[in-house]
Write a protein that binds this ligand. Structure first.
Ligand SMILES: [Zn+2]
Length: 451
């Protein structure tokens, strides 16, 4: 590339930024209308939810996509549930027309949810959910007792790594322990992440099976009032928990969280950790040691590491290696780092979950997919906002009826990731399953005929 072109590109980028700045921050129906008009990836979205049933293959279930519930939340919190669509074009028309502030995805029902009343009257078709991705919903606001930088819906680069840990732990286990392959992680736009397990085996799980999987991940017991939220029982740690601890949680706690959250920096914070130690004598021994080194020469930066080392040494010394304290170090690490799932969302098929590529009304950020293999690089503060995207569109010059306007915005890499890393491999698997099932059906009817 010649120098002149490089120079021209630099000017171009600079100009683009200037124009981008010309679209004021915000979230409103006018902005959203442009987003839905030019950027929302209808085709990919529809192909995902059709799971191969929109193709010409004779084995397709033509009714499949039309039995999926989408729910729209309109401006002023008007709530339209049980929307259903037979084609991508229908979906696109409806979204453009209604301009939903939020789109949620529900289950696939036994019958078209939009016609559920008619079916109820006829009495022979029960309206029940029959399929749904296995989903996980994680909110960083559930970590307020272990983060000191933010609270509630706020998040920053010091506490966001807690979400990265969720992705690492769950993704590894869902693939390794459960054999799922088609897993989509999505930034919720503000305070957390969503996980969609889309393998057909996952979509067909019963509520009981979903509960069993959710329970597999549960170490976090007791409610708000229970001080000790993690209790690791049994003679040895379950292999999944042992692996999570040694491969991810321990390093994260010691190398990152300890310092980024200053976990031992004040008496109050020390006390909170010491409360997790079931033996009062040991806890008060450690409390005295903390008091002692408060007056010593340990610099402020080292105090967290020093006190943690002290705690570990004390708890793991021969003197205290009794049954109750054996797991205490692990339990503290789990309490501060282990994924906190909203179990109810995972257990039932009929929970709604916000669709990817929606815009979060409070932040204006797009709910973009996250690559689990590079989740530590994901920066929620760098996710494109609605106004930024419109600015980029302006800068690129609006072309009427341009097919892929998103290619000229920073949404591009997210849509490409969705398409190539998630959608394409998943549709390939769907097609193979469809063909296997179809030829089995043909074979069966052949056998029946030959009788
Ligand atoms: Zn924070």
């Amino acid at each position: 590339m010649g120098d002149e072109r490089v120079e021209a590109m630099e000017i171009d980028a600079q100009q683009r930024q200037e124009v981008a700045a010309a679209v004021p921050d915000g979230f409103n129906a006018d902005y959203l209308r442009i987003y839905y008009g030019k950027l929302f990836p209808y085709g990919d979205f529809f192909k995902w939810l059709a799971y191969g049933n929109d193709a010409k293959h004779p084995g397709c279930d033509q009714s499949y996509i039309g039995r999926r519930e989408l729910s729209f939340t309109l401006e002023n919190d008007i709530y339209l549930r049980f929307q259903s669509f037979d084609t991508a074009a229908e979906l696109e028309t409806s979204i453009k027309e209604k301009c939903p502030f939020k789109i949620d995805i529900g289950p696939v029902y036994s019958v078209d949810p939009a016609k559920r009343h008619a079916y109820a009257q006829s009495g022979n078709n029960v309206f029940v959910p029959v399929e749904r991705e296995l989903i996980f919903d994680i909110d960083i606001s559930d970590y307020d007792d272990v983060r000191y930088c933010c609270s509630g819906a706020d998040t920053c680069l010091d506490c966001w790594p807690l979400m990265t840990i969720v992705i690492k732990i769950l993704d590894t286990s869902l693939r390794g322990d459960f054999g799922f392959n088609h897993i989509l992680w999505v930034y919720s736009g503000r305070r957390g992440v969503h996980c969609w397990v889309c393998d057909s085996r996952a979509r067909k799980l019963s509520n009981e099976q979903r509960s069993a999987i959710a329970d597999y991940f549960r170490v976090y017991k007791g409610g708000e009032n229970s001080l000790k939220k993690v209790s690791l029982t049994g003679p040895v740690l379950h292999p999944f928990l042992a692996r999570s601890y040694t491969d991810v949680l321990k390093c994260f706690f010691e190398d990152k969280l300890l310092h980024s959250q200053q976990l031992f920096a004040s008496e109050e914070r020390c006390q909170k950790i010491l409360e997790l130690i079931p033996d009062e004598n040991v806890a008060s021994e450690l409390h005295d040691k903390c008091q002692g080194n408060r007056r010593s020469s340990i610099s402020k930066e080292d105090v967290n590491a020093a006190r943690w080392e002290q705690l570990k040494t004390t708890l793991q010394s021969g003197k205290h290696k009794t049954q109750g304290l054996r797991r205490c170090v692990e339990e503290i690490v789990f309490s501060y780092t282990y994924p906190r799932l909203d179990m109810e969302v995972s257990k039932h098929m009929n929970h709604l979950l916000k669709a990817p590529f929606c815009i979060h009304p409070k932040t204006g950020r797009v709910c973009v997919p996250i690559d689990p293999n590079n989740c530590e690089d994901f920066d929620p503060t760098a996710v494109p906002t609605l106004s930024q995207l419109l600015g980029e569109l302006n800068a690129a010059g609006m072309q009427i009826d341009s097919e892929n306007d998103w290619e000229r915005t920073s949404l591009e890499k997210y849509i490409r990731f969705f398409r190539t890393s998630f959608l394409q491999p998943m549709l390939k698997a769907c097609k193979e399953e469809l063909e296997t099932a179809y030829s089995a059906k043909l074979q069966q009817s052949k056998n029946t005929l030959s009788w």
